[in-house]
Structure formats: C-alpha cells, structure tokens
Write a protein that binds this ligand. Structure first.
Ligand SMILES: CC(C)(COP(=O)(O)OP(=O)(O)OC[C@H]1O[C@@H](n2cnc3c(N)ncnc32)[C@H](O)[C@@H]1OP(=O)(O)O)[C@@H](O)C(=O)NCCC(=O)NCCS
Length: 397
C-alpha cells in the first residue's frame, strides 16, 4: 500500500469531511459540510491518500494558549481519523509527523489536542496538561453556605446575542487564565451552531447573561433533557459572578438534576455547597499538550521562582528537541538554551508537556517513575519554578 500524506485542495474538502466523519463511524450532513468549510484552513488540512481515496484526515487550527506571563502560538490538532479499512498501518503516525513539521516551520512552539482515547498520543510526545471534572448534582442538595455577591442580574439573551457575547467575554477572561485557548470566529460559529444532530434528544441551547449595569460579565449556555439541565459553558469575569450563575442554574423550577463539564479541578463551587459530597465529580483528561520547540516554549513562559535548571529531554518523535538544556528564569523573563552541563533532571517530551502549564509537579511525575532527579533538590526547584496560582484549565477545546 502506497499512502501519500499531503494538504488537500479546495475541491477535495467535501470528501475530506465525509471521510473524517466516516472515520468516527458517522455520516456527514450537507449542513455540516457547509459549517466546516466556512472555518477551514486548507493549507493546514491534511489527507492521507490511497490513490485518489482519502483514508486518513487531520487538521491544524491556528491558535494560541495563555501561559504564565503571556500567550504562546499554538497549532491545535483536530479531526484526526483513519478509516477502519486502513487502521494500524502507521497512517496516523505519518500524518502527525507532517503536521508537527509544519508547526515547526511556522514557528509555533506548542501543539495541543483533546483525545478520544488516552492511549493514543503519548507516543507522539503529547502529555496531559489539563484535567477537568464532569459534575452531576441533585437540585435538592444545592444550597450554598456563602452567598455570592456579584452585584448584578441574570437575564436571557438570544442565540444571536450569545454568538456576539461569548467571543468577547472569553477573550477577556482568557488573558489571565493559564490554559485557556484562543478561539477564532469559525470556532465559535461551530460550537454555538446548535444543529439538531448535536442535541442528542435535548432542547436547543438556552443562553443567560450576567449583567453588571449594561455590561455582560458572565454567560451560561445550557440545554434541558427531560428533568435535567446540561451546562455546556459557564464563565464569569470573577468567582462571584460564576457562583451567581450557578445559583441561577440551581434555582430553575421543575429541574431535578444539574450536569456540567468541563469544570476546573480547583473550581471553588464545591466549597460553597452546604453538602459538598452531593456534587458527584468524574475526573477526565482534557488538553494534551506538546512542545514543538522546547527552547522557544520554555523561553516564552514566565516562572514563579527566579532560578536556573538544567534538564535532559528525550524526544524521539521530534528529534530536533532531543538534548540537554539550561533554563534561566529571572524577574524580567526567561531564556532557554542548549548546554553541555550535566542535567539535574531527566524526562521525556510528554512529561515536560504535562508539567509545562503547572498542572502536575515534576515531583509527582518522579514519584510515578517518569522523571529522574540527578542532583539533590532539583525536583523541588523545578516545581517552584513551574508552579501556577491556579490549576490550568480551558473552557472547551
Ligand atoms: C486513532 C486512530 C486515528 C489511529 O490511527 P492509525 O493509523 O491506526 O494509527 P497508527 O497505525 O499510526 O498507530 C500508531 C501506534 O498507535 C497505536 N494506536 C493507535 N490508535 C490506538 C488506539 N485507539 N488505542 C491504542 N493504541 C493505538 C498503534 O497500535 C500503533 O502502535 P505501535 O507503534 O506500537 O504499533 C484511528 O484508530 C481512528 O481513526 N480511530 C477512530 C477515531 C478516533 O478515535 N480518532 C482520534 C480522535 S482524537
């Protein structure tokens, strides 16, 4: 079998979408083809071709992610699928390599994705950088012990208004929340599209805004299925506003249960509940991150502790990263360069990616047998440097 991996042409786009959906054992509707096309970046949309037939798909969305002290350019991988007739023959591996090489050429130090299964991506150097909780709570047990002081009011807004307001609020909150991802207009169009087939028997979206004066300071988007509401997106400019939006959700008459995801693992809501055990939480891996360029990625984030660290990274899949580095962090920024000095810690590319946003410490990874300490106290030093104030989190990916 001779497979060619390349970007597709405009004319090939519809078959590409159909093949991608088929890879997930689905059928693409005409409406999906139309919405998908409006946001497509053709020069980042890859197909694996068996003759004229597309048998594998993947795409990269041009994006960025909030890191401590700023925002870093990122290639977001999506629509990964290989037809069941062609699986386990190395097609995904070839597509990933082509895609990562393109990100490197474009100067994107990071790549991210969400995984349908957690067994797939570590081999390509991706690590779990953020986690989320999936929540479920019986409405009768949602009383709060501290009452939020948002200082505003909740009101319904139309779907059109929600399409206007979500990008604005999200861009504003994203600036200060490590892990949040830049979404373009096409992304918002597709997540708030609300097609019948996306509802899975539930209602259309309801949108409520939290208003401070005339300003939208928080938003909540949910559906109802039977006697439960499912909160897809809930975001506020501060914790008081988010708590007011939860109080709104908990106050909807006739509803018996509230479900929500993806919620941050350090979300304060649980501490506001009088009966916290009632909040059922399932932990899920969320964003898988990869350092496409170790030197750039580490130079572009800020550090909690001014210190220097030498470390050895093993990176078979992106061999240009493989080697030993010196990371020097100061109040004014950070510099990461190659070094001949002995490494203080040693780790794989996916472990460095998992620790990059501060979502897990190097010490924890060492206790899991994944990171090696060569010089005393180096793990503790690395932990202090990479620490972030809150758990990294993103609303949706
Ligand atoms: C996941 C998927 C894209 C893998 O494509 P593929 O072309 O079969 O992958 P490759 O042949 O390049 O596999 C590379 C390695 O990953 C392993 N692998 C791939 N998918 C795996 C999975 N789902 N579970 C466990 N291992 C997997 C392979 O066994 C292989 O291991 P090896 O190198 O030790 O032999 C394909 O199975 C698929 O389309 N699945 C359904 C849609 C989906 O889940 N997409 C991912 C969305 S995030």
């Amino acid at each position: 079998m001779s497979i060619v991996v390349r970007t597709i042409t405009n004319d090939e786009f519809d078959s590409w979408v159909r093949r991608s959906v088929l890879g997930f054992t689905g059928h693409a509707s005409d409406e999906l083809l139309r919405v998908a096309r409006s946001g497509a970046e053709m020069d980042r949309t890859f197909g694996a071709f068996d003759g004229d037939d597309i048998v594998g798909t993947t795409t990269t969305r041009t994006s960025a992610i909030t890191v401590p002290g700023g925002s870093v350019k990122m290639g977001f991988v999506d629509d990964v699928a290989v037809l069941s007739t062609h699986r386990r023959q190395g097609i995904l591996t070839r597509m990933m390599r082509t895609q990562l090489e393109q990100m490197r050429e474009r100067g994107e130090p990071l790549s991210a994705l969400t995984a349908s299964e957690s067994l797939i991506y570590e081999r390509f150097g991706y690590g779990i950088a953020t986690w989320y909780h999936q929540w479920k709570i019986d409405r009768r047990h949602t009383a709060m012990n501290t009452h939020p002081k948002g200082g505003g009011r909740v009101q319904f807004i139309s779907a059109d208004a929600a399409r206007e307001e979500w990008p604005r609020l999200h861009a504003n909150v994203r600036k200060n929340r490590v892990g949040m991802v830049h979404y373009d207009t096409a992304y918002w169009r597709s997540v708030l599209w609300d097609a019948e087939y996306q509802r899975d028997g539930a209602t259309e979206f309801f949108h409520v805004a939290y208003m401070r004066g005339d300003r939208v300071s928080g938003l909540c988007t949910y559906r109802r299925r039977e006697r439960a509401i499912m909160v897809f997106f809930l975001l506020g400019e501060d914790a008081e506003i988010e708590a007011e939006l939860w109080q709104y959700c908990f106050g909807i008459d006739l509803i018996l249960e509230i479900q929500a995801w993806p919620r941050a693992t350090d979300d304060p809501l649980v501490w506001r509940l009088e009966d916290p055990r009632r909040l059922e939480m399932i932990l899920m891996d969320h964003m898988w991150l990869r350092l496409v360029d170790v030197r750039e990625a580490l130079s572009e984030r800020g550090y909690a502790d001014p210190a220097s660290l030498t470390f050895r990274v093993h990176d078979k899949f992106c061999p240009w990263n493989d080697g030993t580095y010196l990371l020097e962090a100061s109040e004014d920024g950070a510099e990461c360069s190659r070094t001949n000095s002995a490494p203080q810690i040693e780790l794989g590319a996916s472990d460095l990616a998992a620790a990059y946003l501060g979502g897990v410490t190097f010490s924890t990874l060492a206790r899991a047998g994944r990171v090696t300490e060569h010089a005393p106290c180096s793990l503790a030093k690395a932990d202090r440097m990479f620490r972030t104030e809150r758990q990294p989190w993103s609303l949706e990916l």
